[in-house]
Design a binder for this molecule. Structure first.
Ligand SMILES: Nc1ncnc2c1ncn2[C@@H]1O[C@H](COP(=O)(O)OP(=O)(O)OP(=O)(O)O)[C@@H](O)[C@H]1O
Length: 341
């Protein structure tokens, strides 16, 4: 499914905004491609260009062997039936039951009543909501609503599923369950998935390809190992070490911003693929004989490199710690003193 050189401008009163700037993207059948980028980078515009909800000003969108930009509205409507879409806020119809929501695309496709019942029951099984068929959306949890939306998106047997931040409104456990469902759909039904996400976790859990977009341009696309090689690019960097780690309340209650006698520094270290965490700990302990408490460590490995943040509460005097900070700075280990306790 090649997207070739698409450009999309939005015209405001006095200015024009280039939301997509000559973007080309190849999506192979069976891929799960994650699109990442800062807010306003053009992710939604790119996703919506695939089924021409957003019509590019130029370029080609070749899906299912057809250039969507050249289709008349009737042919495009027919092609769209084979592309499912789900959204962050589910977009269910509140006046319809779960069954009726899922049945909607089939009704619009003039499928007969008997076949609709058969298909909806199949779909309820796929998303494990058989017992909720007659419930209304307002009585469902977020995860259940997204399952209904997924079932509805699958109704017409799509070959492609577009997901616009499908898990952003869900808690971590529900997110994992929805991701697992998407993975099963990809593997068992052979559906290609294109998704937008802000979460590294989503990429790591289900995507085999990542597309990075920034200011309307495609920066890179590939597996995570390829993406990591662009670690200096701001969006990739933020993605790799986006974690904000919190100082536990028991410690933050005691924290002082200025050093004073009897208080020791709490230092945050950023790991950015240049050095391994265990190596840093060994140096702190063996080379500089500095005692520390490990407060929080949130680290992920990509290949042999680790990325993330670590919070250490050093236990030595400022003088004794000096050589350690010199070591950090000499080795480009980004460190910030968050306070003293
Ligand atoms: N219909 C529209 N009319 C005018 N400008 C638009 C329209 N849709 C998007 N834009 C602008 O195009 C740019 C890209 O928007 P888009 O929604 O694709 O970004 P995004 O990466 O999905 O952002 P976010 O993560 O915040 O959803 C933004 O500057 C946005 O304001």
């Amino acid at each position: 499914m090649p997207i070739i050189n698409i450009t999309k401008n939005f015209h405001h009163k006095k200015s024009t905004l280039k939301a997509l700037d000559k973007v080309s993207l190849e999506v192979e059948k069976g891929d799960i491609v994650g699109i990442i980028g800062f807010s306003g980078a053009g992710k939604s515009t790119l996703l919506r260009s695939v089924n021409l909800l957003e019509k590019p000003d130029s370029g080609q969108v070749i899906v299912n062997g057809k250039d969507f930009t050249k289709l008349n509205s009737k042919d495009l409507a027919n092609e769209r039936k084979k592309i499912g879409m789900i959204f962050q806020h589910f977009n269910l119809l509140s006046s319809r039951t779960v069954f009726e929501n899922i049945a909607l695309p089939l009704e619009l496709n003039n499928v007969n009543k008997f076949k609709i019942t058969e298909r909806v029951n199949e779909l309820l099984k796929i998303v494990a909501l058989e017992d909720k068929a007659n419930h209304y959306p307002k009585n469902l949890s977020g995860g259940q609503k997204q399952r209904v939306a997924i079932a509805r998106a699958l109704a017409n047997n799509p070959y492609l599923l577009l997901c616009d931040e499908a898990t952003s409104a869900l808690d971590p456990t529900t997110t994992q369950a929805i991701l697992q469902l998407l993975k099963n759909i990809n593997q068992q039904l052979g559906i290609t998935i294109l998704l937008i996400t802000h979460e590294m976790n989503v990429i790591k859990t289900i995507c085999n390809q990542v597309a990075v977009i920034d200011q309307g341009k495609l920066i890179t696309k590939g597996g995570l190992d390829t993406i990591v090689t662009h670690k200096k690019h701001p969006i990739v960097k933020q993605f790799l070490i986006s974690k904000s780690i919190n100082i536990p309340q028991s410690l933050s209650n005691k924290i002082q911003l200025q050093p004073s006698v009897g208080l020791f520094p709490i230092v945050e270290i950023e790991l950015f693929g240049n050095i391994l965490f265990q190596e840093i700990l060994t140096v702190i302990h063996h080379k500089y004989s500095i005692r520390y408490k490990l407060i929080v460590a949130d680290i992920e490995y990509f290949g042999d490199a680790n990325f993330g943040k670590v919070l250490l509460h050093l236990q030595n005097s400022p003088k004794e710690n000096e050589s350690l900070f010199q070591y950090f700075n000499n080795n480009n280990i980004i460190n910030t003193i968050k306070g003293y306790a």
